[in-house]
Ligand binder design. Structure first.
Ligand SMILES: *Cc1c(COP(=O)(O)O)cnc(C)c1O
Length: 397
């Protein structure tokens, strides 16, 4: 059997018709800037913020130019200063340490477990090294958030959550982004809602919300927000909070609002696809699927598995053989960063000590996107191709 998969791993679905209609309306009236409104008009951005606050159950929400901007804005808003140390995941994507470096702070990396989440033992051991944790729910895997919050609350650590892969997910019934002080999300094309570029930030903290709004570039127009604190919250911060422009515009918000309404259905569609791949991979000799903890509500927009303790050449052989049959796997264990896969030791602007236990895991992580343009049948085929090729290489080892 040598069937080939012909789908495209980077092809997302089209923007829903309601989003296209709303975008055309914005283009036709021309008021793209969020504060450019006609008399009595409420901007698309303000409405998106109000709807996203309701979706997450947060008091305040702010829409911004990108997920990375939301992370940097959150760091500034909670008071991180140049030279401060910020704990973060060793297993994450480059915008996370990048956001820390962009405010002049220094990332301190915390290891990863075989469940692909932050190592809570390692976090507890490093808890005295920083006052802030930027927690990345990398590839949608949520750690035991109750334990993480107990560790951080006990050590006085402020938690900022990077929910780029967990919009719509949750832990023990609490939406992802709502355990920490600030939750940050991305609406970049490859995430769970697609506006090309874009980001959102949520918090219940009045002062942090007010600072974030000022930082995002509100000038003194903060009263035009529907999901921000009242004007009194801005009195004490408006003179000493710099404007670091990074607003969202009405065109993006118009595209996003119908996608937010459809998100719960989309999550269900992702998880059917994820389940099909997971089921097809389970039991493959030499391959470990990542078991999802019972309290985790995840969004299966990508899937990971481990080829733990495999020789690098054998992993490369799997990558090559799968690619030859149209299945694009990404490997976090390569010596050189390629595409979106880089590792804590690739970020040389942020020197780190070696994390041998994490290195072992990182060397075994394979990753694959599951766009909603794939059918469930496609997912079954992909899993059977991976199963064949992993099996062939494993037997030859
Ligand atoms: C995409 C991503 C970001 C940043 O989002 P952008 O909108 O691309 O700036 C942050 N963290 C992770 C884990 C991401 O995948």
């Amino acid at each position: 059997m040598n069937t080939r998969f012909t789908g495209n791993f980077t092809q997302q679905e089209a923007i829903p018709e309601a989003g296209i209609e709303a975008a055309l309306a914005v283009l036709r009236h021309g008021r793209l800037h969020r504060y450019n409104t006609a008399a009595g008009e409420i901007s698309e951005v303000a409405l998106l913020e109000q709807e996203f606050a309701a979706f997450t159950g947060a008091r305040f929400a702010l829409a911004v130019a990108s997920g990375g901007y939301a992370l940097g804005c959150a760091l500034r808003a909670v008071g991180v200063k140049p030279g401060d140390r910020v704990l973060t995941n060793a297993f994450t994507l480059a915008p996370v340490p990048g956001a820390i470096a962009a405010v002049g702070a220094v990332p301190v990396f915390v290891g990863v477990t075989e469940g692909l989440v932050i190592d809570l033992e390692d976090l507890a051991a490093r808890a005295d090294q920083a006052d802030v944790l930027m927690l990345s729910h990398m590839r949608g895997h949520l750690c035991d958030m109750d334990r993480l919050m107990a560790i951080c609350d006990g050590a006085g650590i402020t938690v900022i959550e990077d929910c780029a892969h967990t919009m719509g997910a949750g832990w023990n019934g609490i939406p992802s982004g709502r355990h920490g002080t600030v939750g940050c999300y991305s609406t970049q094309t490859y995430k769970h809602m697609n506006s090309g570029e874009g980001g959102l930030l949520v918090t219940d903290d009045e002062e942090i919300a007010a600072r974030a709004v000022m930082l995002s570039g509100s000038y003194m127009l903060y009263e035009r927000h529907l999901a921000a604190p009242g004007p009194e919250a801005f009195e004490s911060i408006k003179y000493d909070t710099p404007n670091v422009s990074g607003r969202m515009d009405n065109l993006r918000a118009a595209i996003l609002r119908p996608q937010l309404a459809a998100l719960p259905d989309q999550v269900a569609r992702w998880n059917v696809r994820y389940g099909a791949v997971e089921q097809g991979l389970r039991g493959t000799p030499g391959l470990s699927v990542i078991e999802r903890p019972e309290p985790e509500r995840y969004v299966g927009s990508s899937i990971q598995f481990l080829l733990l303790d495999w020789a690098p050449e054998a992993v490369q052989a799997v990558l090559r053989r799968c690619a030859a049959r149209g299945v694009e796997l990404k490997w976090f264990g390569g010596a050189e960063p390629t595409g979106f896969t880089s590792r804590y030791d690739s970020w040389r602007y942020a020197p780190s000590e070696a994390l041998p236990a994490s290195d072992r895991i990182l060397r075994g992580i394979l990753d694959m996107r599951l766009p909603l343009t794939f059918s469930v049948e496609d997912c079954r085929l992909i899993a059977s191709i991976i199963r064949d090729e992993v099996g062939a290489v494993y037997q030859a080892q």
